[in-house]
Design a protein around this ligand. Structure first.
Ligand SMILES: [Zn+2]
Length: 322
């Protein structure tokens, strides 16, 4: 069985690069495909040329989750190659109706991020940053023609290259994420579930109720437990280099999450009650979107543990000890 070939593509995100994985046999297949940018297109072209392939030779693209750095260029590749795109059912609407899904997600981001920024210049600056970021995302992501998009099941196996891979639903970073596990070889295509840096749960709506926010960090902790039960020799992550020792990595990341959560609790105890007051102390960079998601997550966990409660004070979310 052949190992996935890692192709590193540039991304607009702070991580700087995202991985696509190429399988050559029996036909050229890509897992994830980067953003639709000139730099990404050229990087893919040159990586494929090593195997005497061009983008037009790609037959299939399998998507782990519908984030711009993993799916953005799929539309452009389909145009060139006529490749078929496979996604899980939760990614389907994002693939074929991207604008609509983004509008829904923006409602969540405006409410749970912008809505809790202080009424001064920082809030305005953050709003500008968020909207310009959104613009960049939309530019780098083409909606796919529905006739080219197919869904694979949330469990069972998927043929990738010359092997059978177990499909593993792994919500947390996003509630539409799947990983692929090759049992005989103990390989995991980990998407953004297992990364050398702690993955960030993005602010998004619940799948069964788009009016509510998904509690991503709590889900991520559950998915970490699921990942720990797997025997894995090599993780092929969505970003950076493949690695092993996934259990040690998970334990370190979970430990840090609980440490930051407890630090959040101490701040609330000391009288920092508003989201932005907490954010100010925990994150020195005010324009830190992943930080905002993480803080939402720590607060969710503290509420779940019944240590704090949430209320609205003067229009802002406030937290107090139970
Ligand atoms: Zn990613």
């Amino acid at each position: 069985m052949t190992e996935p070939i890692r192709i590193e593509l540039p991304t607009m995100y702070g991580m700087k690069s995202v991985n696509a994985y190429l399988f050559l046999n029996p036909e050229p297949v890509l897992i994830d495909c980067g953003e639709k940018t000139k730099a990404s297109w050229e990087a893919l072209q040159s990586a494929l040329s090593v195997y005497n392939l061009a983008i037009k030779d790609l037959k299939k693209i399998i998507i782990t989750h519908a984030h711009v750095d993993h799916i953005g260029m799929a539309g452009r590749i389909v145009e060139e190659s006529g490749a078929e795109v496979w996604v899980n059912k939760y990614c389907y609407d994002w693939a074929v109706d991207t604008d609509q899904m983004w509008k829904r997600r923006m409602v969540m981001m405006e409410k749970h991020i912008l809505g809790d920024m202080p009424p001064n210049g920082d809030g305005e600056n953050f709003k500008k940053m968020l909207f310009s970021f959104m613009g960049a995302v939309m530019d780098a992501w083409d909606t796919l023609p529905a006739e080219k998009v197919h869904t694979f099941p949330m469990e069972g196996t998927l043929k990738i290259g010359d092997g059978d891979w177990q499909i593993i639903y792994a919500p947390g970073h996003t509630n539409m994420q799947t990983c692929f596990y090759q049992k005989e070889k103990k390989w995991l295509i980990g998407a953004d579930m297992l990364l050398s840096i702690t993955p960030t749960p993005v602010i998004e709506f619940k799948l069964d109720d788009p009016s509510k926010r998904q509690r991503g960090l709590a889900e991520m902790l559950q998915s970490f437990e699921k990942m720990k039960t797997l025997e894995i020799d090599t993780v092929f992550p969505g970003h950076y280099e493949p690695f092993s020792n996934h259990r040690r990595l998970i334990e370190a990341q979970v430990r840090r999450i609980h440490m930051r959560k407890d630090a959040t609790y101490e701040l609330i105890k000391d009288g920092k009650n508003r989201f932005y007051e907490l954010f100010d102390v925990l994150y020195t960079n005010r324009m830190n979107m992943p930080g905002m998601s993480m803080l939402r997550g720590y607060l969710d966990l503290l509420i779940d543990e019944n240590r704090i409660e949430e209320s609205i004070e003067d229009g802002y979310t406030a937290y107090h000890l139970v």
